[in-house]
Design a protein around this ligand. Structure first.
Ligand code: ATP
Ligand code: ATP
Ligand code: MG
Ligand code: MG
Ligand code: MG
Ligand code: MG
Length: 257
């Protein structure tokens, strides 16, 4: 390729390669989704179609970037974890974040009509992205705990809030006042005592969020000569389980490697 005299401007680009041997997490979050969800008549507090669409977009991303070892999503956000030794895009922060978030957004739009066949997209949705480095397995796990506990706290609040508004005909302002300073046990009491909602029976996808992992299994396949041989088949699984305790991680030692 011929060099032009303008080539020097490349020197103004900064090196944004991330540290080696650290977990890289890209978290994306819907921009202005309070308004987006209202505009598209999402069920409150949880529109299950919207969560499934988020999961579909996340699976598309994980499927297309081999070094992603796990992803966790709730509400309008998703966190994607790259293997700590990934060499993808030379670990350049802007490449990782922008490719991931644009793939996610494109998939969200691409699959929209499968999940919302009756609702036309009113405006192009957008997501922001950030990359954070976590230096140890323990801190990475604490990050995942942080997101899942956030899901739990928000979901309990929202379930209680919308019970008051939708079933109790309380104004949003009054519902907010009523819940200010309440503890988990107070919210359980309001939900159960006033609306017969046993929070523990709420759907797992609402309470726990969603986890995308690769499942490896041995399958029998025929080789060209017809002999049966075993191959590793990788499929993507979407789970709604606890990732705070050890059980999830102990059952999948390959994630942390
Ligand atoms: P920002 O641009 O700062 O992220 P935001 O309006 O997107 O602003 P968030 O804190 O990200 O604010 O909150 C996400 C909003 O989207 C909340 O109001 C949440 O209730 C709503 N939301 C996300 N997913 C769903 C869903 N599946 N069903 C109903 N509402 C949802
Ligand atoms: P990378 O992922 O590294 O960017 P790439 O294949 O996208 O790989 P580019 O250097 O960005 O490589 O080149 C863009 C390619 O897309 C070229 O092959 C170019 O000819 C083709 N292309 C882009 N726009 C058009 C267009 N409007 N019509 C035909 N071809 C196009
Ligand atoms: Mg935000
Ligand atoms: Mg948002
Ligand atoms: Mg959010
Ligand atoms: Mg290109």
């Amino acid at each position: 390729m011929a060099n032009s005299k303008y080539e020097y401007v490349r020197n103004f680009e900064s090196d944004d390669r991330l540290l080696p041997s650290t977990w890289l997490v890209v978290r994306i979050d819907g921009q202005g989704f309070t308004q987006f969800t209202a505009r598209h008549d999402f069920a409150k507090p949880n529109d299950v179609r919207a969560l499934q669409l988020m999961n579909r977009a996340a699976v598309t991303v994980v499927d297309s970037m081999r070094d992603l070892v796990i992803a966790y999503g709730q509400s309008d956000e998703y966190s994607f974890v790259f293997a700590k030794d990934t060499k993808a895009f030379e670990r350049r922060a802007s490449k990782l974040a922008t490719l991931l978030v644009s793939k996610f957004t494109a998939a969200y739009v691409f699959y929209w009509s499968e999940y919302f066949p009756q609702t036309r997209l009113q405006a192009p949705p957008a997501f922001d992205a950030r990359v954070v480095m976590y230096p140890s397995d323990r801190i990475l796990r604490d990050y995942m705990c942080w997101r899942q506990v956030d899901c739990h706290i928000n979901n309990m609040y929202n379930t209680c809030f919308w019970a008051l508004v939708n079933n109790g005909s309380v104004s949003r302002k009054d519902a907010e006042k009523r819940l200010k300073g309440t503890l988990a046990k107070d919210k359980h009491e309001i939900m159960f005592g006033e609306f017969g909602i046993n929070y523990n029976n709420e759907e797992e996808i609402f309470k726990k969020g969603s986890v995308v992992v690769r499942r490896r299994e041995l399958v029998d396949v025929a080789d060209p000569s017809g002999a049966i041989i075993q191959r590793i088949k990788v499929t993507l699984e979407t789970l709604h389980c606890d990732i705070v305790g050890d059980a999830f991680w102990d059952a999948r030692p390959e994630i942390l490697g």
